[in-house]
Design a protein around this ligand. Structure first.
Ligand SMILES: Cc1ncc(COP(=O)(O)O)c(C=O)c1O
Length: 382
């Protein structure tokens, strides 16, 4: 195929926005002599705690680590069941399995692609201990309904807010409603530290997670530094090592300050797409419910058979002919090899997953980049 874009460089599906501020903060850390979890990780935790209005937060090495710690901290054990969507990243079900429990996949809402509270309720059994919701693409799920459901059935509510760092539903910020919430700062996320995550929520649970996430040691090395021997510690529980080093937290602190601007830039791109792509036959654009402030991690479209071309054909043409990257969120977890034995009937998940495509939507895009995506889709549909 020939490229009508001529010599235009490849436009990736995602690219981080890292500036001089992050570089200066990292340099400051490198020169400080304190590289592992210390004052910068603590400052990052403080910033997130205050912004969310939760009791505590713990900076960790990834969102996957935060998910694992969340499940361990609430006491999930072998034999327990945790309800989760299949239409998510494998990290959540993997963490459930690694904590010894069984993931139970419940159906998503066909409009938002978030876990549906009604189907989640139907999936509750005597073994259910927790519900792990996810805010698909940055649009918060029905947090009030899930909070009510968890409270009425004595379950723990965990929010996987990897996509929703700066998003609200009916005034409640994503990540502030669950007993525990997790965030991702992976390279393609709304803000990034390369790899990194945050666990936030109830003070007693975060404290337990903090203990479990630093080997089960009763104090941090930063707390011991200069006041007592670094070897003066006790291991009170067999833990893991999931802490975020200060080199990483230095990037996170500066990225966190940029989060509102990054989200505003994403929202502007989403608005351009929604304005300019409306009406293309078979192309379903995202629906934002009333009361939502969307985080726009993703701009997810569905490509229906009535479009006359499949999702995979569109993705290939965008890449090969127009030099534009896209992504798919997600392959349903119950279709992945490790999970094919899980019994479930998820027609909405299957329907959406076969059609979904994520268009580039990130602050490093120029107005020209956005127009290029719009023009390419119009050209494909013409
Ligand atoms: C919904 C969701 N949860 C969790 C994760 C895992 O995040 P991390 O790579 O920081 O472990 C991802 C990563 O893409 C994700 O999309």
């Amino acid at each position: 195929m020939t490229a009508p874009t001529g010599s235009l460089p490849f436009l990736p599906w995602n690219r981080p926005s890292i500036g001089g501020e992050e570089a200066a903060e990292v340099l400051d850390t490198l020169r400080s002599g304190w590289l592992t979890a210390g004052p910068k990780a603590a400052a990052f935790e403080q910033a997130v705690t205050e912004a969310l209005g939760v009791e505590d937060a713990f900076a960790v090495s990834s969102c996957t680590a935060a998910l694992h710690l969340a499940l361990l901290a609430v006491g999930i054990q072998p034999g327990d069941e945790v309800i989760t969507p299949s239409f998510t990243f494998c990290a959540a079900p993997n963490a459930i399995v690694q904590s010894g429990a069984t993931p139970v996949f419940a159906e998503i809402d066909p409009v938002t692609f978030n876990l549906d509270p009604t189907t989640a309720e139907r999936a509750i059994t005597s073994r259910t201990r927790a519900i792990m919701v996810m805010h698909y693409g940055g649009q918060p799920c029905d947090l009030a309904a899930f909070r009510r459901l968890a409270d009425s059935r004595g379950l723990v509510l965990i929010e996987d807010a990897a996509h929703a760092l700066h998003a609200w539903r009916d005034g409640a910020r994503a990540g502030s409603v669950g007993d525990l919430s997790v965030f991702s700062f992976y390279a393609n996320k709304v803000i990034t530290t390369g790899e990194g995550g945050m666990l936030a929520g109830r003070g007693d649970l975060v404290q337990r997670a903090r203990l479990l996430g630093r080997h089960g040691i009763d104090s941090s090395v930063w707390q011991r530094h200069g006041t007592r021997s670094t070897a003066d510690y006790e291991v009170t529980v067999p833990g893991l090592k999931y802490t975020m080093p200060d080199i990483t937290a230095a990037v996170g602190l500066r990225q966190w300050q940029k989060l509102p601007d990054f989200t505003a830039a994403r929202a502007r791109i989403a608005a351009s797409y929604s304005r300019s792509l409306a009406g293309l036959p078979g192309l379903r654009l995202p629906t934002v419910l009333d009361g939502i402030r969307h985080g726009w991690f993703l701009y997810p479209v569905l490509i229906d058979p009535t479009a006359g071309r499949s999702r995979d054909v569109v993705a290939e043409a965008l890449r090969e002919v127009h030099g534009i990257g896209t992504s798919v969120h997600f392959k349903p977890v119950h279709r992945l090899a490790a999970y094919r034995q899980v019994e479930c009937h998820l027609p909405v998940t299957e329907h959406v997953a076969a059609r979904q495509l994520s268009l580039p939507c990130y602050p490093a895009m120029t107005a020209g980049d956005v127009q290029r995506v719009i023009d390419a889709l119009h050209a494909l549909w013409s």
